[in-house]
Design a protein. Sequence first.
Length: 68
Amino acid sequence: MEKNPREAESVDCREASRLLCAAYERKLSATESESLTYHLDRCFMCRNFDSQLKFLHTAAERFRSGGK
């Protein structure tokens, strides 16, 4: 059985978590971004982790700016 070409580019949850964190430090490559998007489209847990990271990032930014 032949794999869908996009499936070959998919990452697992561990790699998706790493990429989600890395995205706050640097711009992801096109391949990384596409692989992550493909994974997030299919994984509720990683979408949840992404939401939590966004919340924490926003809270940290507010704290750094003095609560504004």
